[in-house]
Design a protein around this ligand. Structure first.
Ligand SMILES: [Zn+2]
Length: 276
């Protein structure tokens, strides 16, 4: 598997997930690598985390503030000082236009080069370690973020209310999909694995210490496939372009190159060989 190469210049990276602790399970090591390299990483936590307990004595309301503080504490440990909470109710998230607009607004405000989101196509997972049903909030946040990246963030006529608020279109150049079915790229997190686990365990209301060993084991396994001690993996899509092409005017005629030439019409043997 390809190992990530450093970006040439300091960039802004936006991470969008459903819950407090999603980042720390999946990509906290990569975040530490990126902030150490001088990039600015911003977290967007879509839900309020209020469904993070089955204890009948714990109310939704009492959990929200605690989990918010845990997320901020975890972020600082890997060099992140900007955490946005969208506050949607945990456990009931839908990929609505309202959510897509909120994420679009954030992309247009921060103008990230790279966006990280959770794979919206993962419904169920069966693997050697354990089986699980992917939380529907993960899929909903992933889908809304995916379509915020394209087309919403870069297309001027979509969400005109954002233009009225002063948010101009922005083109995202790279998409990193975490918890992906078919990862294409690994980030070497060997130098920061201890910080990743520390950030994970900052979610004290959710986790016991042994979870750190479990996640360390996942990353060790991923590292084997990448040839390093510890790694996190992503499916990466790149939309890098030098400049925005000029739009074709409505009603423009086709170019002469698209018309068949006399030569091709008078040469049936050549056409036949091209079709085989
Ligand atoms: Zn989650």
């Amino acid at each position: 598997m390809e190992l990530e190469k450093p970006l040439a210049s300091p960039s802004t990276i936006l991470v969008v997930v459903a819950h407090p602790d999603d980042i720390e399970f999946g990509i906290g090591g990569s975040v530490a690598v990126w902030t150490d390299a001088g990039h600015t990483v911003v977290y967007c936590i879509v839900t309020d985390g209020a469904a993070g307990s089955n204890d009948p004595n714990v109310t939704r309301e009492s959990l929200i503030e605690r989990r918010r503080q845990e997320q901020i504490n975890a972020a600082v440990l890997v060099g992140v000082h900007d955490v946005r909470f969208l506050g949607y109710p945990d456990g009931m998230l839908q990929p609505t236009l309202e959510l897509r607009r909120d994420i679009t607004r954030l992309i247009r405000e921060l103008k990230p080069y790279r966006v990280i989101l959770m794979d919206p196509t993962t419904i169920m997972v069966k693997n050697e370690q354990f089986d699980y049903i992917n939380h529907p909030d993960h899929r909903a946040a992933g889908e809304a973020a995916l379509y915020a990246v394209f087309p919403s963030a870069e297309t001027r006529p979509i969400f005109p209310e954002l233009l009225a608020e002063g948010y101009e279109p922005h083109h995202v150049s790279e998409l990193y999909i975490s918890f992906a079915h078919q990862p294409t790229l690994a980030v070497d997190i060997s130098s920061v694995i201890d910080r990743k686990v520390a950030a994970l365990l900052a979610h004290e209301s959710q986790l016991i210490a042994s979870v750190g060993d479990m996640v360390r084991g996942w990353d060790e396994q991923a590292g084997k496939e990448a040839g390093v001690p510890y790694a996190e993996t992503f499916r990466v899509l790149r939309f890098i372009r030098e400049e925005t092409p000029s739009p074709v005017p409505i009603g423009a005629t086709t170019t002469p190159e698209e018309q068949p030439t006399d030569e091709s019409q008078s040469s049936p043997s050549k056409s036949a060989s091209m079709m085989s």
